[in-house]
Design a protein around this ligand. Structure first.
Ligand code: ADP
Ligand code: NA
Length: 336
């Protein structure tokens, strides 16, 4: 079991990142350890330069994100935590794969179409090519489990296509250079919506800070955001089916269920028939009890620059070592 996943170090990590991604990393880290596997989690700082960015801010956010991951339970003694920029094999393999990836494949990526919009000519080449870097990120380590959100499934399929064509063109059948990676989408993968609009996902890129709970918010701020969250005037139904047409209510109940480790129906067995005046304070308390300790650890770690640098340096050294055989095999297969 080789788990590989990345997270962009831009903006403040929020509840959606925690329930949809980081919490699963921690689970997979423990499963990988139990099976003598590996878990590699990286900060995608090379990806971050595909869009306009502020260099000083990028570095600060990278350190902040490491502190967050560790505070959430990723253990640098169990997992390999690193940033791409310190492991040149990522950029090297990306270039090697550029010869295999087809323009047509990249042109079909919906994220490229969304991000570029009508102004394709004005985008960086990196924005167009970064799915190839994503392929390199996972192929370098012969990943077997790649935890991704629904939004990243298409990029992982591209990684499989690149791996397959490369193996086909440059390797013999009995000695493929790359393992075809599978997406790993946990059953309970939560999709957390904005607190201000049940039709939009909670995201760092939403302008209003009231739309998301940041992992770095203090208890009062969290409670305030829940209190002000958009809802409707009805009481809660007694079963999940009753939430179908109520996206804001469904989101808040879903958050409660994910944090409590309960099903939506279990939550509604307790709160059905009650209004938000009763449910919101209970949700705020639960949020603070789960995220409070994470925030405390984060505050402790975030200014310990030396410790954070040491975690990244150690992770990078391990990642360089793990990636070496695959990188060498790729060079050699290409006659380089
Ligand atoms: P953002 O959209 O806030 O910029 P990222 O794109 O950096 O978040 O995503 C980092 C990880 O968090 C990804 O694995 C993504 O699938 C997950 N994620 C982001 N937003 C949410 C959300 N609202 N609900 C569930 N998971 C999310
Ligand atoms: Na994003």
């Amino acid at each position: 079991m080789i788990v590989v996943s990345g997270i962009q170090p831009t903006g403040k990590p929020h509840l959606g990142n925690y329930l949809g991604a980081i919490r699963n990393y921690v689970k997979l880290q423990d499963e990988a350890e139990a099976q003598d596997g590996k878990c590699l989690i990286f900060l995608a700082d090379l990806h971050a330069i595909s869009m306009p960015h502020d260099p000083a801010q990028l570095h600060a956010s990278t350190l902040e994100m490491v502190a967050t991951l560790v505070a959430c339970g990723l253990d640098p003694a169990k997992s390999v935590l690193f940033n791409q920029a310190q492991v040149p094999a990522h950029a090297e393999l990306q270039w090697l794969l550029m010869g295999t990836a087809r323009m047509g494949w990249l042109n079909r990526m919906t994220q490229w179409k969304d991000k570029a919009g009508k102004n394709r000519e004005g985008q960086s080449v990196a924005l167009f090519g970064y799915p190839v870097l994503q392929a390199a990120d996972v192929l370098l380590y012969q990943a077997t489990h790649v935890p991704v959100g629904e939004d990243q499934k298409q990029h992982l399929e591209l990684a499989r296509d690149i791996a397959q064509k490369f193996n086909n063109d440059f390797a013999s059948d009995d000695a493929p250079v790359f393992t075809l990676p599978d997406p790993y989408i946990p059953e309970e993968a939560a999709r957390i919506m904005s607190l201000r609009d049940g039709a939009r996902k909670m995201s760092k890129s939403e302008p209003s800070d009231m739309s998301r709970v940041n992992l770095t918010d203090d208890a009062e701020t969290m409670a305030e955001k829940v209190k002000k969250a958009k809802t409707d005037p009805e009481v809660l139904p007694s079963e999940g089916a009753g939430l179908a047409e109520r996206p804001e209510a469904r989101n808040l109940v879903g958050i409660y269920a994910a944090l409590a480790g309960q099903s939506v129906n279990e939550v509604l067995r307790q709160y059905g028939g009650q209004g938000f005046g009763a449910f919101k304070p209970a949700l705020a308390d639960l949020l603070v009890s789960v995220l409070g300790p994470i925030r405390d650890r984060f505050v402790e770690l975030k200014d310990d620059r030396e410790a954070l640098d040491a975690i990244l340096a150690r992770g990078a050294a391990q990642a360089r070592e793990f990636s070496r055989p695959t990188l060498d095999a790729a060079y050699s297969a290409l006659g380089l």
